[in-house]
Every structure is written in structure tokens, then in C-alpha cells.
Design a binder for this molecule. Structure first.
Ligand code: HEM
Length: 210
């Protein structure tokens, strides 16, 4: 665990805290492969690395945005032209996807990994088709903390009407050779909708249901 003030101030870092309160409410939580983590009611996303876990929290996960390792210049030019930033007002839904890859993946050389990720699995080409409806933030955890439970944290947001397309993209990615190297995957869906509205809609449902 990195707890120095310098690490806490790392502007490339993002921390996700799962607990009983937070600005995003959990809609669903699925463990696809490997060990589960505690189910929580809400998730908070904050900049930097929080050295201490809030009292009502079950877990805190952090990662850093880093330089691209696989993307070619033409791919990067296309990505930059198409992609939207996370946090658009209409993107009220998000997915927090926690991933770890097997030791075999990490034993490959950079060119072997690139060949699996793109030439074989078309990860970038598949993802590109869903821009700008889906915005993404990819965080790396592996080199930050030896004890990190995941290698990557993917955080992606989109408007509710794009959720079916998002699921379609995930189904394609999960069927690839790249994904055969994943030995831990947890998919948590979130909504950033105003909690007051959610309470009101629950009340309305309750009322409608008698
Ligand atoms: C919005 C569509 C998506 C696009 C455009 C996209 C694009 C990319 C690109 C360009 C890279 C390579 C970064 C580099 O050069 O280092 C990458 C890597 C990665 N993406 Fe995606 N992606 C998308 C969706 C997803 C989704 C849905 C997930 C999670 C389920 C995901 C997880 C990852 C991971 C874990 C890596 C790192 C792979 C590694 O370093 O071994 N991506 N993505």
C-alpha cells in the first residue's frame, strides 16, 4: 500500500472507494472470473490516492493513467479525433470493470502482447466503433502496488440509451484471445443520477405497486 503524501498527490492517480455512500449508486455487480470482492451500495471516484479507508467503506482501489503501450500513431490520431471525455452530463451510467491478467500474459514481450491485443483480438478496432458514445478511463495498478488485487481498472461512462451498445462491445471483447488471459474480472454498473430522483422514483414504484 502506498501511503506517502507524494503518492496521495499523484495527479495521474484515481481512487475508487466502495461502501455505503458515494456519488454513484451500484445498479449491479457481477463476478465473471476469479475471486469476488465485497458487494457495496455506492462507489466514490476521487483524484489521487487516498491513504486511509473511510469508516463505512469496504474497499478502495487505485490506479494510474499512463502512457500508451500498444497504440500506433494512426490509431492514436483516430482515437483522439473520436473520443469524448468521461463525465459528460448525459453520461449518467458507468461501468467499473476490474481486471487481472495471468502471469503468462506478463511473460510475453511487448510485440507478442500487441499481436494478441490488436492483430488477433482487434481490441482497439472494436472499441473505436463505440466512440464517442462510450468514454473511457484506463488505469494501471500492477506497477503501483505489488499487492494490487487487479492489474487494471476500466471506468467507462455513457448515456443510458447506449447501454445495449456498450454490452455488445463487451461481449465482443470477452470473446477474444486477449480475454482468455484474464483470470479475474468484476463488472460493477453504476448510476450517477441525482439520489433525490432515485428516492422519488422508488417511492413512485412503491405507490404504483400499491
Ligand atoms: C470505448 C471503447 C474502447 C476503446 C476505444 C479502447 C481502446 C483501448 C486502447 C487504445 C488500448 C491500448 C492502450 C495502450 O496503448 O496502452 C486499450 C487497452 C486496454 N483496454 Fe480498452 N478500449 C475500449 C474498451 C475497453 C473496455 C470495455 C475494457 C474493459 C472491459 C477495456 C480494457 C482495456 C484494458 C485492460 C487495456 C490494457 C490492456 C493491457 O495493457 O494489457 N477497454 N484499450
Amino acid at each position: 500500500m502506498i501511503t506517502t503524501e507524494r503518492a496521495a498527490a499523484n495527479s495521474r492517480a484515481t481512487t475508487f472507494v466502495g461502501g455505503r455512500s458515494g456519488h454513484m449508486l451500484v445498479l449491479s455487480h457481477a463476478t465473471l472470473v476469479g475471486e469476488p470482492i465485497a458487494r457495496v451500495e455506492a462507489v466514490n471516484m476521487t483524484a489521487g490516492i487516498s491513504p486511509t479507508l473511510p469508516v463505512d467503506a469496504s474497499w478502495a482501489l487505485h490506479g494510474v493513467a499512463t502512457n500508451d503501450r500498444y497504440t500506433t500513431r494512426p490509431e492514436k490520431t483516430e482515437l483522439v479525433a473520436k473520443q469524448a471525455p468521461i463525465g459528460r452530463p448525459e453520461a449518467t451510467h458507468a461501468a467499473l470493470i476490474l481486471l487481472r491478467k495471468r502471469a503468462e500474459w506478463w511473460s510475453f514481450t511487448q510485440d507478442e502482447r500487441r499481436a494478441i491485443l490488436e492483430e488477433d483480438s482487434h481490441h482497439i478496432a472494436i472499441g473505436m466503433r463505440y466512440l464517442p458514445a462510450v468514454a473511457r478511463r484506463l488505469l494501471h495498478c500492477r506497477d503501483l502496488d505489488e499487492e494490487a488485487p487487479f492489474d487494471f481498472i476500466g471506468y467507462l461512462d455513457y448515456a443510458p440509451e447506449s447501454e445495449a451498445a456498450f454490452d455488445d462491445m463487451l461481449a465482443q471483447l470477452r470473446a477474444t484471445k486477449e480475454w482468455s488471459f484474464i483470470d479475474r474480472e468484476i463488472d460493477i454498473r453504476l448510476t450517477k443520477a441525482d439520489p433525490a430522483q432515485i428516492v422519488l422514483s422508488h417511492l413512485a414504484d412503491h405507490h404504483a405497486g400499491g
